[in-house]
Design a protein around this ligand. Sequence first.
Ligand code: SF4
Length: 269
Amino acid sequence: MSDDLTIDTENTWCPGCGNFSIEAATKSVIKNIGKENVAITAGIGCHAKIIDYVDVNSFYGLHGRPVPLAEGIKLANPDLKVIAFSGDGDSLNEGISHLIHAAKRNSDITVVLHQNRNFALTVKQFTASSPKGFVSNSSPEGNPEEPLNALELVNSAGATFISRTFSGDMNHLQEALQKAVDHKGFSFVEVLQPCTTWYNTFPDYQEKCYKMDSIPDNPEEKIKEWNYNDESDQIPLGVFKKEEKPVYEEEMKTGGGPILVKKVLESKI
Ligand code: SF4
């Protein structure tokens, strides 16, 4: 594919990887917004190669740090749409505190979680969202821990937009990303992204994923419908929550933050 969003470089994702769909959907959304109005960040992991493949203003960060990078960019230039790409190992393990605080403060950014449920780039270790019993190079006898529900986490932290989509459904994925980017406030999109090399969940997701008709009245309940263990019957896709709240970047100007600090400092002089 040759267009002004494609970088002419070798793509090293494995054949069939769900990341290809995320890249394509991202390009569509950026085209809609205009590439001059967008900045993207990524951490470390297979997800992060999206920085190598999409020709737009970007920042390749440290492991677990795409979210604070995105927050900083948004603070510096609130006119930009800022999208942080992250993996489950990246933001549910290494950088989990950043994710929680960005949701809590309602930073006006979008986080796209490439949910492949293993550390794929380093050839299969279990992450916070791997199912219990998952056999990997760091859990040869099976993962002894219960998986973390990413949506439950960001919901309890205060995220104002929460959705889940599947890389195997291109239209749904593209729509989910567009809705998240259009939302004013912290938006979180979990993309079920099968890792065809180390943990091929594609057939399981194809069988179990279904689309919700509307935003559920009780998102807390709906979010728990899938527990990230593979024996669950159904996996709901769609928007779980959408609410309007003041965003961090505006609260910073008027809500006390640096202004309050300045006043305190002045009062001591
Ligand atoms: Fe995709 Fe898994 Fe290959 Fe990484 S290792 S590129 S996540 S299929």
